[in-house]
Write a protein that binds this ligand. Structure first.
Ligand code: HEM
Length: 136
């Protein structure tokens, strides 16, 4: 990722943080609407899951400029996801739901460069997770 893309992701994430709980609700509603097949892999009580997702995203976004420092944790996360029953195809749905949620949360601030930067950030994380999962 370029330094400009990293800044765009970090700056826009800061705008979403105050509405993180609403954004997490929107994200999972959207995910289960576009990919109903992923619902059974999640627990029925999603409260903890939402908190973990926000915390992990915050850590990842904060450290995007030094992504090598979080890669070991991201790779372990990818390996754990295999045990949760997550398949490679699910990553595409999660990415689509994430971008959609950002668009809802950011409104006019979700410009084409912002979208491109978030797409790159998600692909970096998801790629590392899937790469580690494939070798698990
Ligand atoms: C960049 C992509 C993703 C990130 C950052 C992420 C983050 C997390 C985190 C932090 C946890 C908490 C548990 C742990 O640390 O092991 C978790 C659990 C989980 N994630 Fe993900 N995840 C991603 C992609 C996905 C995808 C593609 C799916 C598939 C639909 C998925 C489904 C799940 C499930 C089912 C759990 C376990 C829920 C439970 O049983 O408590 N995740 N994820």
């Amino acid at each position: 990722m370029t330094p400009e893309e990293v800044s765009l992701v970090q700056d826009t994430f800061r705008k979403v943080v105050p509405i993180a709980d609403t954004a997490a609700d929107l994200f999972y509603d959207r995910l289960f609407a576009i990919a109903p097949d992923v619902k059974p892999v999640f627990p029925s009580d999603m409260t903890e899951q939402k908190k973990k997702l926000i915390a992990m995203l915050a850590t990842a976004v904060t450290n995007l400029h030094q992504v090598e420092t979080i890669l070991p944790a991201v790779e372990s996360l990818g390996k754990r996801h295999v045990t949760y029953g997550v398949a490679p195809a699910h990553y595409e749905s999660v990415g689509a739901a994430l971008l959609w949620t950002l668009e809802q949360g950011l409104g006019p601030d979700f410009t084409p460069p912002v979208k491109a930067a978030w797409t790159e950030a998600y692909m970096t994380l998801a790629g590392a997770m899937q790469g580690a999962a494939a070798t698990a």
